[in-house]
Design a protein around this ligand. Structure first.
Ligand SMILES: CC(C)(COP(=O)(O)OP(=O)(O)OC[C@H]1O[C@@H](n2cnc3c(N)ncnc32)[C@H](O)[C@@H]1OP(=O)(O)O)[C@@H](O)C(=O)NCCC(=O)NCCS
Length: 178
């Protein structure tokens, strides 16, 4: 077996994907800040990433937004290192993995959970505004780019991509029609 596969299996076996809990607010705030500032710098300027993830993130508002929609946390060794979410209409607002834990399949694992939850809810469409950094992973999951756009954040203009994935509606067995 190739070495990288053994490594991937070992890493993935340590990962737990679970629902958000209020205690996750602070660590996820840190995951958000670090991933934007360190990974975001590959595609955005310093001014842009500091506007996207400023020093002072309103932790109350951040926590409320994690709790008011279904949010999943990727945990390794009891440490929250990534998260994603799903709003009732199929919108994915967040997909962030701490830079120290990237390229191990965590975002992919989170997206699989998000898509499975969407299917269970009978949603037929997932959509997001992907950063340039996340475009490849969304495309690998079957999302397509609808439009490139810019958004104003903290006085900076940032480019992102409106993307969507259509999901097959669940197949109902004859018994479930009665
Ligand atoms: C985008 C982001 C969430 C991806 O997180 P991630 O956990 O590194 O994602 P994955 O590991 O599932 O996939 C990333 C890459 O690692 C590769 N990979 C996955 N498992 C791997 C392993 N065990 N070994 C080596 N590479 C691996 C994947 O093939 C993928 O390659 P690609 O990007 O060239 O397609 C992360 O980079 C991030 O937080 N970025 C900054 C914040 C951001 O822009 N978020 C999106 C806002 S919409």
């Amino acid at each position: 077996m190739p070495r990288f596969l053994r490594k991937q299996e070992r890493v993935m076996s340590e990962v737990t994907i679970r629902s958000y809990a209020p205690d996750d607010c602070r660590p996820l705030n840190e995951v958000f800040r670090e991933s934007v500032r360190r990974t975001g710098l590959r595609h955005y300027s310093l001014e842009q990433v500091l506007a996207w993830a400023p020093d002072e993130i309103d932790s109350v508002r951040f926590g409320l937004r994690r709790a008011d929609r279904q949010t999943w946390v990727a945990e390794i060794g009891g440490k929250a290192v990534g998260f994603s979410d799903l709003e009732p209409d199929g919108h994915i607002d967040m997909l962030y993995v701490h830079p120290d834990f990237q390229h191990r399949g965590l975002a992919s694992a989170l997206l699989r959970v998000v898509e499975s939850a969407a299917g269970e809810r009978g949603l037929t469409r997932l959509y997001t505004e992907s950063s340039i950094c996340a475009r490849a992973i969304f495309e690998r999951f079957g999302f397509r780019v609808l439009a490139a756009q810019t958004v104003a954040i903290g006085g900076q203009i940032l480019a992102n991509l409106r993307m969507e994935k259509l999901i097959d509606p669940p197949v109902l067995s004859p018994a479930s029609n009665h």
